[in-house]
Write a protein that binds this ligand. Structure first.
Ligand code: PA5
Length: 451
């Protein structure tokens, strides 16, 4: 039977008393009501709350059809987007597919093309390397931008559009370009309408970082072979818990409460910890969701992440013994998709025979438990999010768990979790320095400051 994620704050009870948690439980329950009455800050961007049950069914069918076409006609699929317009898809694909998926044959991938991401940075060398990987193989592009005007994806798209037109002609190229954008506004929408691209809509009331369950995430996930129905079912199951359950049985509320308590106690950094490399980009998605939602008005926890046990050999010393500013939220995959058993050697030269017959997951889990206790001893409180399976249902549940918690947590902090005014500052300066029309008055001053 499919199970939703669970949350365990018991390991943190050395740091906070149950009565403090209960008190904070009342506060976050109030924040939940504020969220659900849809009268609070950012109330125009709450479409994500009902997405798992109230989505455009016809569009989901179109997504599946487009995914089938792309899987049939492409060896490579390039997803162009930045921030909320790529992180969820990347996290999901990495979570749901084998570690070296792009290196497998198309048959081994179950018919999926290789999937790469572009427009998430401004590196010409990354782009050249990607172009080289594509070579003369058949490829398609999904360009994703809600505003339709973001520089990083726009300049990358220009390059791939030209490549497609050269290879397939303007009409053939248009058939291989899938645009996910606003229903009416923005340069990408205008271009898509003019050129006849297949388009998918990002709902007005869903912000970028909450958009993984819209076509933004669903098309790339479906192309990669992810079960989008199960993903939505997992999110719907978690939504029911988030909306219906009281604090004692509500993982998102409990998580929101604990992180606000720690912040009030001076733990200004939350680190999301994984023990499976395939969760690395899930943490990247989470960092954007939490950093962009809460980091404003001089408030918020700084969201960071590390992959363990890998980073215990680089950051372990600091975590155990450095400045005491952090708590950890551990992602525990209860049943990883596969495992390896350690053999017995006739001569135990490396001294590892005491582990023979044990699995890597057994060792990994003990590393996790041991690390949790060590970090707790080092005054780094631990919270645990249990993920039953590394499958689409669990992932949908996990996405929703984190989304609901950040809405509640942001309201508890007293900020608007659904805007991102700070993201504009670098853009203004970049446009001024690049001489973008309309920003010329900034150019001289910025150049002087750089001297
Ligand atoms: O969460 C957000 O709103 C941002 O991270 C955006 O997703 C990101 O800036 C990309 O914007 P757009 O989709 O408009 O290109």
């Amino acid at each position: 039977m499919n199970k939703t994620v669970s949350f365990d704050y018991k390991p943190a009870l050395e740091f906070v008393e149950q009565r403090e948690i209960d008190r904070m439980g009342e506060i976050v329950s109030h924040s939940k009501e504020e969220l659900l009455t849809r009268e609070g800050l950012g109330k125009d961007f709450l479409g994500w709350i009902d997405l798992p049950v109230d989505y455009d069914k016809e569009e989901l069918e179109r997504i599946k059809e487009a995914a089938k076409t792309i899987r049939d006609d492409s060896e490579v699929f390039v997803v162009i987007g930045i921030g909320g317009s790529y992180l969820g898809a990347r996290a999901a694909i990495e979570f749901l597919t084998p570690s070296f998926n792009n290196q497998l044959t198309k048959e081994q991938r179950g018919g999926a093309p290789e999937v790469y991401f572009a427009g998430k940075d401004i590196s010409g060398s990354y782009l050249n390397d990607l172009i080289r990987i594509i070579g003369d193989r058949d490829f398609s592009v999904n360009v994703i931008s809600k505003s339709g005007t973001t520089t990083e994806p726009a300049i990358a798209f220009r390059i791939f559009k030209k490549m497609l037109e050269k290879k397939y002609g303007p009409e053939g190229a248009a058939k291989r370009i899938y645009a996910t954008t606003d229903k009416a506004r923005g340069a990408l929408r205008s271009m898509a309408d003019e050129e006849g691209y297949t388009t998918f809509v990002i709902p007005d009331d869903v912000g970028g970082r909450f958009s993984v369950l819209t076509p933004v995430g669903l098309l790339p996930i479906a192309v990669a072979g992810g079960d989008v129905d199960a993903l939505l079912e997992g999110a719907a199951a978690q939504r029911k818990i988030s909306l219906d359950k009281d604090f004692d049985e509500n993982p998102s509320l409990q998580y929101a409460a604990l992180r606000n308590l720690f912040l009030r106690e001076g733990k200004v950094m939350e680190v999301l910890v994984d023990y499976e490399p395939s969760l690395h980009n899930l943490a990247e998605w989470w960092k954007q969701l939490y950093g962009e939602s809460e980091g404003k008005d001089g408030r918020g926890l700084f969201p960071a992440s590390y992959d363990l046990s890998t980073d215990l050999h680089s950051l372990g010393q600091f975590i155990q013994d450095g400045t005491r500013i952090m708590f950890e939220t551990v992602l525990n995959v209860e049943n990883p998709p596969s495992d390896v058993t350690i053999d017995e050697e006739p001569v135990d030269i490396d001294g590892i025979n005491y582990l023979s017959g044990k699995t890597f997951d057994f060792v990994n889990k003990n590393a996790m438990h041991g690390t949790r206790l060590a970090h707790t001893d080092g005054q780094v409180p631990n919270l645990i999010v249990n993920i039953p399976q590394q499958d689409a249902f669990s992932l949908g549940s996990l996405f929703y768990f984190f989304e609901f918690a950040v809405g509640v947590s942001g309201y508890t902090l007293g900020i608007n979790p659904f805007d991102q005014p700070g993201v504009e500052a670098y853009k203004r300066n970049m446009f001024g320095l690049l001489g973008k029309p309309g920003y010329e008055d900034l150019t001289e001053d910025l150049k002087k400051r750089l001297q």
